[in-house]
Design a protein around this ligand. Structure first.
Ligand code: FAD
Length: 510
């Protein structure tokens, strides 16, 4: 017997997405790809007057997986969104000024027999060797030389373990995904949502637009950006503020003309009161300064960004205030929040778009089969909220790691970090790693061992001991294996095309 008041979702028919930024159109594309229009009718409402945030141009490898899952031709997408390839992130001036390190995608080294690569490398360092961990990461070596090749076409070679993501023009990507979704039956409604109506049990029933039109739905997806129109303004779920862990609260962004070759990596350069991104696309470069407003004014941040960029500004610098943290409930009743409406963690590891696709993966897994106000639905929503919260916490800890080990004390911002309180979960991870390079890696975590090892090494943390079983190996064997592996990557990368050449050949303008 079904006693609940709300609409019956046994066969969910009408999904309404509020917001047409990257999040809204990714959600529309993914759902349209999963459901025939007769099974699930999808409407997306967006307001041209409000517009989109227009940043969010650096991705991580799961984004390439998203395109594949949608059946999108990668070369076509790259051409249409003026995208470039990304092999990882180069961090400059984080440990101390003048020092840099690379966080590569993909593998770092291969196992030595039964031994994990990192442990073998560590063993050699503890025995007095001095070699760069990064020289064993194909992505890092390619990036240093400005080279690129698709690892899937070089599977059994020294660069076969590489991986990649894309830098993309957020606006063009939004248009591309909109075309994709509309072709598959998604209906777009232009208009500003003014009112949200719920039944007595809290289930959202409909939206009213500024011009009086009404949109009914069975399930609503809030992709309205920082406004969080449904999940916060209407459902009032509350926001958990993480400013004590990550105090940056503003960004200024500007697009500039290109100068020189298109680098196949994002740059994150530490600044006096935060850090600056540089994201190279085929037709322009995206730049921004993420900062802590306690230590620098908007005018100073804007001036610093304009002084630091190479190339001519193509846009007026845009100021973007933000709050770091996550909604207390990301899914409540018949409303799911995604993207900036769900929460925000500064874009140091380019994780926001990933969290959107991750949210959609979990949503599809827990797709509500019953009325929104049933115990079944509440259990699904609770599990979704638990999983997504773990993801947010993992990313928060990983971002804090980039700051909290700094040796910089040259500005008040960096001195603040010297005494900052570190989340206990991260403190434990650091202690574990310092002991013998051990990592607390969950099966379902985004950042795998090469990511943690790269940032630990880049931030000067070298474990004091390693796996003692390596002592069983004949002396010299580990060193010889490491040298040979490094040499073979270097030799192969020498032969690869440079990034711009590869882009021209792989994605020729039509
Ligand atoms: P928005 O782009 O703000 O879209 C909101 C939509 O809701 C718009 O269409 C708007 O019109 C609509 N809307 C709002 N109110 C109403 C209303 N009342 N009625 C109708 N429609 C309405 N992510 C990454 O993955 N990589 C990065 O490098 C990265 N860098 C970032 C840098 C900064 C400084 C910031 C702030 C974010 C960054 N992000 C990054 C995050 C990224 O910008 C977002 O994940 C992405 O752009 C999606 O934003 P959104 O669609 O959630 O919100």
């Amino acid at each position: 017997m079904n006693n609940s008041i709300g609409p019956d979702l046994r066969n969910p028919k009408r999904i309404v997405i509020v917001g047409g930024g990257s999040t809204g159109w990714i959600a529309a594309a993914v759902l349209a790809n999963q459901f025939r229009p007769e099974v699930c009718n999808i409407t997306l409402v967006e307001s041209e007057e409000i517009g989109t945030i227009g940043v969010g141009e650096s991705t991580i490898p799961p984004f390439v997986g998203l395109l594949r899952g949608l059946g999108i031709d990668e070369a076509d997408f790259i051409r249409e969104t003026q995208a470039s390839f990304k092999l990882g992130i180069r961090f400059g001036d984080w440990l101390q000024k003048g020092q840099s390190y690379f966080h590569p995608f993909g593998v770092i080294g291969n196992r030595l027999g039964t031994h994990e690569f990192y442990q073998a490398w560590l063993w050699a360092q503890l025995c007095g060797e001095s070699s760069q961990l990064q020289d064993h990461a194909p992505c890092s070596v390619m990036a240093q030389q400005g080279k690129f090749f698709l690892p899937q076409k070089a599977q059994k070679t020294p660069i076969g373990g590489a991986s990649y993501a894309l830098h993309l023009d957020a606006k063009l990507a939004g248009h591309y995904l909109r075309r994709y979704a509309e072709t598959r039956g998604v209906q777009r409604v232009e208009g500003r949502v003014e009112e949200v109506y719920s039944a007595e049990n809290g289930v959202i029933e409909k939206l009213r637009l500024a011009d009086g039109r009404e949109i009914d739905g069975d399930f609503f997806i809030d992709c309205s950006g920082f406004r969080a129109l449904l999940i916060e303004k209407h459902l009032d779920v509350g926001f958990e503020d993480w400013k004590d862990s990550l105090p940056c609260d503003r960004a200024v962004a500007v697009q500039t003309s290109n100068t020189g070759a298109t680098t196949p990596y994002t740059q994150a350069i530490a600044e006096d009161a935060g850090w600056r991104w540089r994201i190279p696309l085929q037709h322009r470069t995206g730049n921004g300064y993420v900062y802590d407003s306690r230590f620098v004014s908007d005018d100073q941040a804007r001036a610093r960004l304009l002084a630091a960029v190479d190339g001519e500004p193509l846009t007026e610098p845009a100021l973007i205030p933000f709050r770091t943290g996550v909604r207390r409930e990301l899914w409540k009743s018949n409303c799911l929040s995604l993207g900036l409406a769900a929460g925000f963690i500064e874009p140091l590891e380019s994780t926001a778009i990933h969290l959107v696709t991750r949210g959609l993966d979990f949503f599809l897994r827990y797709f509500p089969a019953h009325t929104a106000d049933t115990e079944g639905n509440r259990v699904l929503a609770a599990e979704y909220n638990r999983r997504m919260r773990l993801d947010h916490e993992e990313i928060r800890d990983f971002i804090v790691l980039h700051y909290c080990l700094t040796r910089r004390d040259d500005t008040p911002f960096w001195r603040w970090w010297q005494q900052a309180e570190i989340p206990p979960s991260l403190r434990e991870r650091i202690a574990l790693f310092r002991a013998n390079g051990a990592l607390r890696e969950g099966v379902d975590e985004l950042f795998r061992s090469p990511s943690w090892q790269s940032v630990f090494e880049g931030m000067g943390v070298r474990p004091s001991a390693c796996d003692p079983r390596l002592d069983n190996l004949p002396p010299g064997q580990v060193r010889r294996s490491l040298d040979a592996a490094r040499e073979s990557i270097a030799q192969m990368v020498e032969t690869l095309p440079n990034h711009d050449e590869f882009l021209r050949e792989h994605c020729p303008a039509v």
